[in-house]
Ligand binder design. Structure first.
Ligand code: MTE
Ligand code: MO
Length: 309
């Protein structure tokens, strides 16, 4: 296919992308820019260039598993940090299927977790995790690239956003109705095909526990934790920006993008620093949670508060 002039990549982004994808110059003859800027026409071709395990971070020291598994936010299992891990194990995670569809998907499908693993391969990503409540961990996730699931759905020009819906079941969840319906999250299509975005199915090479969002949850390390929808049952490619649960719950404090930024304080507390759960004291919060080199190009105006809540 001939390269269109609109696909020619500016120098800076070129370098950024090379770093991000961890690939050499020689393999960069393919145009990537189209899809990364939200032009869905080239999407199906370009997603192939998302490489497994992109961005290796050996410098991060992962939080202990027992801490990751016992300090949680999962309101369907109770409001305290201890409630989700203390709750009875009532969530039935097998069988489990994830339905992928929406007006933007030419090839909808229903997948089980084993199919997802078999089809797309498991990646291991050690990532910073930052909750909007100003605490953080480092989590060694196992999962699959979200981009690959999106590609399989064959996005068309109506695929502007991706909407995630999670299990809402009063039998299996003691506090299922806290938000009046299923927990909803969303990403732009460009965010969703970013190599940092994954569907996690495990931590430390063990399947997710009920409290960490078994059997499959979203991981978007440059965003606040509430974007990481747990126990996902539906993924829809949609035309309009999904109204995510926390935006709906409290529009004065939360919005759609929720990118980490130490300079935009929450209305009720500072975001400049974070408490390291399982560590010592506080540390400085980083722009885009330390992933600015990889994601800043997605947000043309970093002074726009809308991108950070
Ligand atoms: N379905 C669902 N997903 C959810 C939540 C929730 O209450 N319900 N809480 C979110 C919030 S606020 C955070 S910080 C993370 C917490 O993930 P962890 O418990 O694995 O640290 O999950 C997110 N995903
Ligand atoms: Mo959170």
């Amino acid at each position: 296919m001939p390269i269109k002039s609109s696909d020619i990549t500016p120098e800076v982004l070129f370098r950024q992308r090379r770093r991000m994808l961890g690939i050499g110059l020689a393999s960069l003859s393919l145009p990537l820019a189209g899809s990364w800027f939200g032009d869905t026409e080239e999407l199906n071709n370009n997603i192939d260039n998302v490489t497994p395990g992109a961005i290796v971070q050996p410098e991060l020291k992962a939080t202990e598993l027992k801490i990751i598994n016992s300090y949680n936010n999962y309101y369907e299992f109770g409001f305290s940090k201890e409630a989700p891990s203390g709750a009875e194990k009532t969530l039935i995670t097998s069988p489990w299927s994830v339905e992928v569809g929406g007006i933007g998907a030419d090839k909808p499908g229903i997948y089980d977790i084993a199919e997802l693993h078999g089809e797309y391969g498991i990646e291991n990503h050690i990532r910073r995790f930052r909750c909007v409540e100003a605490w953080s961990m480092v989590v060694p996730w196992n999962g699959i690239a979200l981009a690959k699931v999106i590609k399989a759905a064959q996005p068309n020009s109506k695929a502007k956003y991706v909407r995630f819906e999670t299990l809402h079941d009063e039998q299996q969840m003691p506090n299922a109705n806290w938000a009046g319906g299923p927990y909803i999250e969303g990403l732009t299509i460009a965010e969703a095909i970013h190599p940092l975005a994954m569907l996690a199915t495990g931590i430390y090479d063990k399947p997710l526990e009920q409290q960490t969002g078994a059997p499959v949850r979203l991981v978007v390390p440059w965003k606040y934790g509430f974007k990481y929808a747990k126990s996902i049952v539906r993924i829809d490619l949609v035309e309009r920006m999904p109204r995510n649960t926390w935006w709906r719950q409290n529009p004065n404090e939360y919005g759609f993008y929720a990118n980490v930024n130490p300079q935009f304080d929450h209305p009720r507390w500072s975001q400049a620093t974070e408490r390291v759960v399982g560590g010592f004291g506080r540390q400085k919060t980083l722009l885009f949670n330390g992933y600015a080199d990889e994601v800043a190009y997605l947000y043309p105006d970093l002074g726009d508060r809308r991108y950070f809540y």
